[in-house]
Design a protein around this ligand. Sequence first.
Ligand code: ASP
Length: 323
Amino acid sequence: MKKLTLGLGVAITLALTSGAMAQAYPARPVTMIVPFAAGGPTDIIARIVGDHMSKTLGQQIVIENVAGAGGTTGITRAMTATPDGYTIAMGHLGTFSAAPATYPGLKYDPLNGMQTIGLAGGTPILIVAKKNFPAKDLKEFVAAVKAAPDKFNEAHAGVGSVSWTTCTLLKGVLGVPKLNAVAYRGTGPALNDLVSGQIDFMCDQIVSVSEQIKADTIKAYAVASAERSPALPNVPTTKEAGLPDYQIEAWNGIAGPKGMPKEAVDKLVDALNKALNDEPTKKRLLDLGAVIPSAEERTPAGFQALIKRDADKLTPVLAAAPK
Ligand code: ASP
């Protein structure tokens, strides 16, 4: 009789333990795939936000840089991973809203095949050039590029990336369909070549270029937003600088493969929200020029709506653009 009681007790304890273990997400580190090289905007935002999310989750968010094909290589890896909450990705306007229009055989479907978590940061777009680019302002830059489109090298992070997408829009506004373009594995490495003067210009997300602009190692002609960025108050908007039709804002956000357990989704959403409410984390993002997402944009549905809104906007333009 005594033995039986003991047996039952062990069975109950075991059942409770395995039940508790199945629920204890995350029980091990979570991999966040950054689909570009280290040092670029996506990597910077992932590391800042991931740092604080790790504290909330009680497990490390490990950043894995998987670059290639405008970010679609890394996002494909994340979206085809086991949907257990242990592989997620930091994507952006390019990988989530622009890529389907530029890669007909894309192996992931941002609108129907992903579990969105939330927006991590808005990132105004800047037209930046090497320090000795022969144009003192945006008007002169536009004139120079229009006069000799073959003379200047544009850097981007691959077809479908934010830099490629936003410079494609710029070329549309300028009526210069094709320039010499150099593709990098991310705009972190592209920025190094811009600083050393090996490439001429690029369109990129504010968070990696703002420090170099402040240090005067590169030039910024304009920010393509309605308002100036508080992080770079001296940089005019495209409207102020004479190119009002060039308006585009980018962003970075988190998603994982469809089918993730609800508990994992809820905990990741909560961790992202706490990171974006944390004053030191906010300050790090704001100092670099990022825009802190609204409460709605931090939700899976709010982020999903943003992806769709921008996909609807970009698809017709990009489908026709030269690759
Ligand atoms: N900003 C880059 C892009 O053009 C990617 C990166 O984060 O390095 O898409």
